[in-house]
Design a protein around this ligand. Structure first.
Ligand SMILES: *[C@@H]1O[C@H](CO)[C@@H](O)[C@H](O)[C@H]1NC(C)=O
Ligand SMILES: *[C@@H]1O[C@H](CO)[C@@H](O)[C@H](O)[C@H]1NC(C)=O
Length: 287
């Protein structure tokens, strides 16, 4: 594949071996993969990097970003969201490249009053253009325990999954003129912040600061991915574990995705004929 072509195969193999051993040594260690970038004091690495907590109080939210840039990958993270009354808070967890024509793969969790459901908001940006929202209710309480949120990003598709259940697929439709994230390496970002002007019931329910600090937790990060450094891309060591590079939905996964889309989806840009009165985006007419 073109993106794998490197000036020297030998150097690449060397990098892969080095990366492979690094990865093995640091699996799950958040300290080795992420930097806290925002809200110093509100973000904490805990248990020798096994756990990362972000928090939000009236003074500040907090956030982190990956040290590495990735060009394609299967990236898993376990999150436990702000419990209790989290109305007004948003926990964002996403991949993004830089510049005005950036690409982005978004998970955003919109908090709610105790007992009311979170909304999982997803979006895909390619070449600086988004407007591809799909929102879901989850089939469990995402604040009671850790759950795994995964982005599979390969040259053919992006698949969002929750605990291994695919919830959304964005296929590469460059053949009909829809830009797809193909060339720009992305970092992983996450932040916990106040968005009570829109997040909960469209902004009707405000953040109750008497519940602050609000805390979201992260653990068990895993990336089977191609890491870009100095312009060269290298993928994980073991070729069997690179199956994700051409992974697609098998019939069982497709059925599960259909189930989620039928039962848990709140809104879908592809059916928003009001917004797209001039015609739905071309990728929507495909399936
Ligand atoms: C919060 O709960 C209300 C009532 O069940 C629901 O309509 C809404 O979609 C939930 N989520 C958000 C983020 O507003
Ligand atoms: C980190 O978050 C967990 C909840 O997931 C909580 O039990 C723990 O007290 C937090 N630790 C710190 C130091 O904030």
């Amino acid at each position: 594949m073109e993106f794998l072509s490197s000036p020297s195969l030998r150097i690449m193999i060397l990098c892969v071996i080095v990366l492979g051993s690094l990865t093995a040594a640091s699996a799950g260690n958040l300290e080795q993969h992420f930097d806290i970038t925002w809200g110093d004091g509100c973000a904490k690495m805990l248990n020798n990097g096994q756990l990362l907590n972000l928090s939000l109080d009236k003074a500040s939210g907090s956030g982190f970003q990956s040290k590495n840039e990735y060009l394609f990958g299967k990236i898993d993270m376990q999150l436990k969201l702000v419990p209790g009354n989290s109305a007004g808070t948003v926990t964002s967890y996403y991949l993004s490249s830089k510049g005005s024509n950036w690409d982005e793969i978004d998970f955003e969790f919109l908090g709610n009053l105790s007992g009311d459901p979170y909304i999982l908001h997803t979006n895909v940006f390619s070449q600086g253009k988004g407007n591809r929202e799909q929102q879901f209710y989850l089939w469990f309480d995402p604040t009671a325990d850790f759950h795994t949120y995964s982005s599979l990003w390969n040259p053919q598709r992006i698949i969002f999954s929750v605990d291994g259940t695919p919830i959304r697929e964005f296929k590469n439709k460059e053949s009909i003129g829809v830009p797809f994230p193909m060339e720009q390496p992305m970092r992983i970002y996450s932040s916990l912040w106040n968005a009570d002007d829109w997040a909960t019931r469209g902004g009707l329910v405000k953040t109750d600061w008497s519940n602050a600090p609000f805390t979201a937790s992260y653990r068990n990060f895993n990336a089977d991915a191609c890491v870009v450094s100095s312009g060269a891309s290298s993928c994980s060591s073991n070729s069997a574990s690179n199956a994700w590079l051409s992974q697609e939905l098998d019939s069982t996964s497709q059925e599960r995705l259909n189930w989620v889309q039928k039962n848990c989806m709140i809104c879908n840009y592809c059916t928003d004929t009001k917004r797209f009165s001039q015609g739905l985006p071309p990728e929507c007419n495909m399936s």
